[in-house]
Design a protein around this ligand. Structure first.
Ligand code: SAJ
Length: 475
């Protein structure tokens, strides 16, 4: 039996748990631990900063500080608070009372250009844990981090602050979160949970922590670094799949065919062992996962100890995928300029009505939205830009309206950037009347309009992947 196994045996089963970071990852995780009968008490740790101390009071009154619909969350918070099984506190010294502590602190990119992650909040959290760490405790990182961080930076800080040895005096693991806004509780209960310890005993202790909250999902054990790579790779692969269909859409435009016919054809290839995860082309890829996790993975390979064998001078296909997806807003701009040219207009001085600011359909989430670079290109070229979105009502430096008629009025070009349901039933003659133009322009970035309906009403149509329609005769 190793030293750690002996210490864990003496400490006994996990009873008291702490969660650092009361955000959309930490809160559901904490109340699900609290709801498990085998655990006695859960502490939610939240910094008492002016921007987030309100969460402490709300949570201790059984209310959820998260905005947006989260089925079952508020009830569960109320239940575990009332049962005295969960409380939120800014007192980090209480970490020393615990058997296990998880860190769910966000790791944004300080500045998107250099793609260096901002680990400052996470490092502060790790230091706090190190300061109050006791022998035979379990520490788990849930944040999305560069592969190698758990075994590297996190282990180092914890050992420095505590004077204890990771993997011998305390258990250390990574268990990446896979939650999606709008289904937080369901995701944690039903998704399989990747659990990666820095050694066997750490992995086993982390399995003991997560198994009770899983209903449908099962635990998938592996090393800490493999767990970090799994998390970043699952999003990298999705970004790659989207780039593959975006590139095919650009090719179809150049070959004057309809990418959606090709997509249907390719997707029809079925049968065991045959997979063609062909996704959907669009005006770009936004959000806080796919736009960043590729670069975490790329950094991981760089700071890894091994030697990478890869085609000489070739770009990583994952980085190329990011470049293709980040090109799509520029392609939308090029389609807009080309359409205006067809009626002898310049982008300068033209009025462009943007439909959709959110990065994803039917959502108010606008983080890293592709609409922003598109709008910047239009403004830089001297266009007048109005923005519509039914869900996103404010965004720094951008005036957004939920009044579609007002946004479209007098527009030379109407450009669809988000696939909100509201846009699928917009009628060509209504749009034409509101724009008041003889040949208004429609640029469809999310395949929401029927080209022939708009072309038939005298529109100049451009659609991503619609090489079969983009050179139509103007009626
Ligand atoms: N997008 C396309 N074409 C597609 C799919 C998406 O252009 O076929 C665009 C969307 O418009 C959006 C971006 O990509 O701008 C991201 O879309 P997403 O559906 O991947 O949504 P995210 O960013 O919320 O991804 C999250 C991720 N979940 C976690 O990180 C836990 C991702 O791993 C999930 O696969 C995804 O949700 C999901 O499937 O809902």
């Amino acid at each position: 039996m190793t030293k750690l196994e002996k210490l864990l045996k003496e400490r006994g089963p996990i009873k008291k748990i702490g969660v650092l970071g009361m955000g959309y990852v930490g809160i559901p995780a904490a109340v699900l631990f609290a709801d498990a009968p085998c655990f006695n008490k859960v502490l939610g740790f939240q910094r008492d900063s002016k921007s987030s101390s309100y969460k402490i009071d709300m949570l201790n009154h059984g209310e959820s500080p998260l905005k947006g619909e989260e089925p079952g969350l508020e009830d569960l918070i109320g239940k575990v608070v009332k049962a005295g099984k969960f409380e939120c506190t800014p007192d980090f010294s209480r970490i020393s009372e615990l058997d296990a502590i998880t860190l769910a602190i966000q790791t944004p990119f300080a500045n998107p250009k250099d793609l260096e992650p901002d680990f400052s909040a996470l490092i502060e959290g790790i230091r706090n844990v190190g300061k109050y760490l006791k022998p035979a405790m379990l520490v788990v990182l849930e944040s999305t981090i560069t592969p190698g961080t758990t075994e590297g930076m996190a282990k180092q800080i914890l050992e420095e602050e505590s004077g204890l040895k990771a993997g011998e005096d305390f258990a250390l693991a990574h268990a990446p979160e896979r939650v999606m806004v709008g289904r937080l509780l369901r995701n944690i209960r039903e998704h399989d949970r990747i659990v990666g310890g820095i050694n066997e005993a750490s992995t086993r202790r982390a399995i003991e922590l997560y198994s009770p909250v899983l209903t449908v999902g099962k635990v998938i054990p592996m090393s800490a670094t493999a767990a970090e790579v799994t998390k970043t790779a699952e999003n990298t692969f999705r970004d790659l799949q989207i780039a593959a269909i975006n590139q095919l859409a650009l090719y179809c435009e150049a070959m004057e065919i309809n990418v959606y016919d090709v997509r249907t054809g390719v997707d029809s290839l079925k049968g065991e062992g045959i997979t063609r995860a062909i996704l959907w082309p669009g005006a770009g890829v936004g959000g806080h996962c796919l736009t960043k996790d590729t670069y975490h993975l790329e950094r991981g390979v760089k700071i890894g100890n091994g030697q990478l064998d890869y085609p000489e001078g070739a770009d990583s296909i994952y980085v190329l995928a990011r470049k293709v997806n980040d090109f799509m807003p520029l392609h939308m701009y090029n389609l807009t300029v080309a359409a205006l040219e067809r009626i002898g207009k310049e982008i300068k001085g033209s009025k462009v009505a943007m439909l959709g600011w959110a990065f994803i359909r039917d959502s108010d989430d606008a983080r890293n939205t592709p609409s922003e670079p598109y709008r910047d290109l239009c403004l830089k070229a001297g266009a007048i830009v109005t923005v519509h979105d039914p869900y996103v009502l404010k965004y720094p430096g951008v005036e957004i309206s939920d009044d579609l008629e007002k946004v479209i009025r007098d527009a030379d070009a109407v450009v669809v950037l988000a696939g909100h349901s509201a846009y699928f039933n917009v009628k060509a003659d209504w749009v034409k009347e509101v724009t008041g133009k003889a040949s208004p322009i429609i640029v469809d970035g999310r395949n929401v309009v029927e080209p022939d309906e708009f072309i038939g009403k005298g529109f100049v149509y451009k659609g991503i992947g619609r090489g079969d329609k983009n050179k139509h005769v103007i009626v």
